[in-house]
Design a protein around this ligand. Structure first.
Ligand code: AMP
Length: 306
């Protein structure tokens, strides 16, 4: 049981209707690692610059994330993302993306990272995702991406998707990738590219799972106080894949995938309660189990009395 993730390791400057923060710790690999760390051993892969210090590493190490494959590039600057959200918190408006040390990063995975059973190719350049994929023989490989890469590197992204088992995109990205407005059809088209499992993340509305066996959907856990949605998708993926890795089955069963959808939903709902990584960094397994149970009660209904 072990999980490797490659993705952005970032500083994020974010404004939401509830406040703003400059240069907080973020990135797809960071949000994912913190969420998955509640279930399994996680190894994070990616470069950082001189501006990334012990304080940032300590957040990951505080949750037991293995950071040996986080490479410090001397003289470099860490990936930087600036974004804002208006009243629809499901839509992030990107104001600036600076790849910095990711620009010419050449991943070299340690033996421990190569041997992971589950691999998450978090949102980053698709060519980079492919280079990591080639080094890792995991039994389950999942991939996330975003509109920037769909628009600018579509062919490389399609090639990366073809080499994975599970595609995890938000619903708008899935429609954009497949040029198919209907979500169920878009998922089928995405499966035609290669993956057997497609997860459509739907922000506060939850998530939908498509496999050869059928369809499952779970609502979001509705909160009255949402602070910052940044990283919710990666936290969902961390809960989903972290749980599946802990289950340790050769191929995840339909029942296990439903439970994983609920854990993903629980982790995403905690992520949005505070800025950046702040809520998940201080989360406990007991709180996760309570929310999982709340979701189970929320989505249960009986047979109608006739
Ligand atoms: P999400 O889970 O979709 O909210 O992802 C938010 C995270 O993605 C932020 O912490 C950003 O640092 C990161 N991010 C934003 N744009 C990119 C990009 N083009 N490539 C990789 N990571 C990104």
């Amino acid at each position: 049981m072990s999980l490797t993730v490659v993705g952005s390791i970032a500083f994020d400057s974010v404004r939401t209707p509830f406040g703003e923060r400059e240069r907080m710790l973020g990135g797809s690999a960071v949000h994912f690692s913190l969420a998955a760390s509640f279930f399994t051993t996680v190894r994070a892969v990616g470069p950082v610059g001189d501006d990334f210090g012990d304080e940032e590493l300590a957040v990951l190490q505080g949750r037991g994330v293995e950071t040996d494959d986080i490479e410090h590039v001397p003289g470099g600057q860490t990936f930087f993302w600036r974004a804002h959200y208006d009243h629809d918190l499901n839509v992030a408006h990107t104001d600036d993306t600076q790849l910095n040390v990711f620009g010419d990063f050449e991943p070299k995975l340690s033996d421990a990272s190569r041997e992971a059973e589950v691999l998450f190719l978090g949102n980053i350049q698709p060519e980079l995702q492919r280079r990591v994929r080639r080094q890792c023989g995991a039994r389950l490989v999942a991939l996330d991406s975003m509109n920037l890469w769909i628009n600018t590197t579509r062919e490389a992204l399609a090639a990366a998707i073809a080499e994975t088992d599970c595609l995890m995109l938000n619903d708008a990205e899935l429609r954009m990738l497949t040029e198919e407005p209907n979500l169920a059809r878009a998922a089928r088209r995405a499966m035609d590219l290669g993956p057997e499992i497609v997860v459509a993340k739907r922000g506060e509305y939850g998530a939908a799972l498509f496999t050869g066996e059928g369809f499952f959907a779970i609502p979001g856990y509705l909160l009255e106080d949402v602070c910052d949605p940044t990283g919710a998708g990666d936290s969902f993926a961390g809960g989903f894949l972290g749980y599946l890795d802990a289950e340790d089955a050769e191929r995840p069963s339909p029942e296990a995938m439903r439970r994983a959808m609920a854990y993903g939903t629980a982790l995403a709902s905690f992520n949005v309660e505070d800025f950046g990584t702040e809520r998940v960094a201080r989360l406990t397994r007991e709180e996760i189990e309570e929310r999982y149970e709340a979701l189970r009660r929320l989505t249960h209904f009986d047979l109608a009395v006739t």
